[in-house]
Design a protein around this ligand. Sequence first.
Ligand SMILES: Nc1ncnc2c1ncn2[C@@H]1O[C@H](COP(=O)(O)OP(=O)(O)OP(=O)(O)O)[C@@H](O)[C@H]1O
Length: 712
Amino acid sequence: MDSKVASTSVQQDEELHLKSALESINNQLQEIGPRYTGDDFTEQMLDLQREERKRRLEIARREPYFGRMDFRECGIGSAGEHPVVPLYIGKAGVARDKAGGDPLVIDWRAPVASMFYSFTGGTEPASYVSPDGEISGDMHLKRNFVIRQGELIRYVDSYVRGQEEGESVRDEFLLYRLGENKDNKLRDIVSTIQSEQDRIIRGDKNGALFIQGVAGSGKTTVALHRLAFLLYQYAERIKAERMIIFAPSRMFLDYISGVLPELGVGDIGQTTYHEWAIQLLEHDVKLTDPSESLAYWFEQKRGAEDWLQATGRWKGSLTFKGKLDEAIGKLEQYVVPETPFFPVDGMELPPSQIQQWYENDYGDEPLMVKRDRLEGRIRRWFQSELKYRRVQDKKVLAKAKTRLNAYLKKLPSYSAKQLYLSLFRGKEALKGVPQAVAKETAARLRDGYAAAEDMAALVYIHLRLYGLKTPPLDHIVIDEAQDYSPLQLETLRMCQRTTSMTILGDLQQGIHGHSGIHSWKELTGLFPDDAASFFELNQSYRSTMEIIGFANYILGEMEGEVKPAVPVFRSGDPVELKPVSEAEWLGELAATASRWQERRDYDTIAVIGRTAAECDAIHRYFVQAGLSASLVESKQPSYGGGLTVVPVYLSKGLEFDAVLIADAGDGAYSQQNAKLLYVGCTRALHKLKLLYRGELSPLLREADRDEAALQE
Ligand SMILES: Nc1ncnc2c1ncn2[C@@H]1O[C@H](COP(=O)(O)OP(=O)(O)OP(=O)(O)O)[C@@H](O)[C@H]1O
């Protein structure tokens, strides 16, 4: 048959199917009556179920499904050989009608839908694990749709049985999606999740799942989809309110804030480690301005000497945790006073009795909780003994009370801040800590402040002394985990009954090496072997082949083991590398940004500077030149898209259709700054241009020799 005729009739069939699906969804929505407002408990529960159904139908009304697969289950059913069944897959599952029956749309997280992602072609049987065991069969068709406002815009067959033509067709839909422009929010990828990503999304709930992924490999996106999957798969066992995402900044949280609602998931906590810590510490300390530390590390040139003196890695290490354990152990020795308690003559409470209560009655409770219970126990002993001895003389009673209060003062009572401060004070100050650091840390704490590098220690002490006062967390996601210390991760582990974490990052983007890890072993080592799994994502989906090829040259200049990113076969403009004189520099930046804005090819454009001071100057010039641009600063809660001027160290995690690196000269990026420059270049989806003043950065000399990759 003529393939054009065939595709016209497929288009018509799919349009008809879409029409009838939308009709069914609308009818079902109309049938859901108004909300129940009475007191009947059963009705209230039914109302909640109706609301949940309505929410799913509303998601489905916007885009009922994005994929179809035709599958024939192996074996013989009651009516003979199983037929080939078309299964439509969408963001939310929808029943065919109010009574249930066959699903009209299958939720992408359902076990059968996993084949849509795991099946990558060929005639081998496809299979999935259903609640009743493994089911296998033959895949006959895999089709992707783009549906907007109820209209079928496009469909692409990525697999048709009997017409396998290698892999090229399969990528067509992915390429179409990757070629789209992006706004200022990360989006869901349910329609194009790749099999390597799907394995992570559907990975086991228990244990710590680590993902090392190159820039643009979809780590953040995958982690968010995994949360949606876990909530669906373990609906009875985990709650959204007990899941939490840790991200590096408020701006980053705003950037990712759209994905979970698009996937129909709400109520998941989203925070930064430091904000969370301050809350856990009940605001007993304030965090010093993080922009001071950023300014220290990124605004001025830092050499090897500064790195050696940095205390962040030490304060986040397991050696330091050992010191904290020692201090807490010492404190524990003083909980039971050495002297007996004599409230009135002849009435004695010996330390051996108190010790016995302490050891036998309070189990594994945190130290200060045990101390408080002990205080209560002593008070009860005091009252009952006075009663038993019928002590009624007011003077004797008053004296006894004074003695009680004096005795109870002997039970040590410490906040995390006080205990931590005691480690840095006087002659007892921790050995191995340079005097200047001890002094500075103590002075800060006395003023009620703690630096970012002190937060994990404070949280650790607090949890050991007081325990977690909120319900334990069901699942934790840590994004940009290469910036975490082992002690930070340990504190989060203490907030769970059973470890269930998704920990993602990229060592090649570890620009906070003064405090973060240098090898994943530093974090994986916290878990027993059977409780940690490690995944690598080496394919980059964000950028064109040209951009990735260019950025890989920078990777080649990094110290230690590096893995080049593998691009998806998506070609775009060659990378541009252009020298400019000091006098031309700002004008050239403005002219390029303005040209890109006028062409309207890009929705988001970033001019990435080396420092905040440089960005400030560029932004002021742009404004004077009449360009509409926004400037990203360290404390900013969000960024608005369009043309943005951003310091490279704040651009981490974000992405832009077009990126202009303001100055890639050797004055801006020396050999030690490979990670920074790599982060900057890998923010670009479709277009990358770099200007440089003076000599080109040594990190780019190899790239500069590759004439084929560059545009003159
Ligand atoms: N399977 C996919 N289909 C379509 N787009 C994808 C897919 N995987 C990732 N992407 C896109 O690639 C881009 C990068 O994703 P994401 O930001 O999650 O990557 P990342 O690994 O966290 O990046 P980085 O470490 O550089 O910040 C996003 O635009 C995302 O939508």
